[in-house]
Ligand binder design. Sequence first.
Ligand code: ATP
Length: 243
Amino acid sequence: MTEARTSTPMLEVRGMDVAYGGIRAVRQLNLHVNRGELVSLIGANGAGKSTTLRAICGLVPLAAGSIHYQGKSLAGQPVHAMVRQGLVMVPEGRGIFPQLTIEENLHMGAYTRHDKVGIVDDLDKVYERFPRLAERRKQTAGTLSGGEQQMLAMGRAILAQPQLLLLDEPTMGLAPIMVDKIFEVIQDISSQGVTILLIEQNARLALEVSQRGYVLESGELTLQGPAKDLLHDAKVRAAYLGE
Ligand code: ATP
């Protein structure tokens, strides 16, 4: 019994189809993420990566298939219920509120929580991890650089106490030095025991920090396996690593 329970994936997507109108953006997708794993989903522009993540969070409907989180179906669950269970997404574009201060944005992450002491504690931890945000806590978030906004989005996700963090292109449009910083933070969050599904166009970095990876092409998974193997795969190297 115990063995069966511990082997239940944190996230399991089975036979998922997602369509926009008549156009099928994702076809028969099977994917899982085990507890504690950092898994990457890589692919070109328009391959269906964001659609996959949005479907997992219930933001776009499934045309077929199922999604289980910690062994339970997510069908029909509102977003706040998912957040309360620790399933937290950092969307592409970050989804921060530019008119609110950094501190107010961070508090938004804790909207499903009632443990005031715990929230203050986590806020301190986020400020410790991101001193730039601490320095600017009373400033409106719209004044931050792109990289700082990404840090804010990740800080806000930390305040939601994630068990499974879904990251949609966290390094999109950032300068190389910021990309490195974001990857440091991702590894740091992962080392705290948070399970992560990472969507990235920067396939090399994503695979370097991941245990496993999936490759999505035109809505279908074409390759999957240990990240180390994918990094050495001739097709991956040619198509995604610029070699
Ligand atoms: P990118 O890195 O460019 O965001 P992606 O791999 O995340 O790419 P998706 O954004 O999931 O890809 O898009 C998959 C396909 O679905 C694309 O052909 C896209 O044009 C289409 N698509 C995405 N969102 C919508 C929408 N709201 N309505 C119609 N078609 C959409």
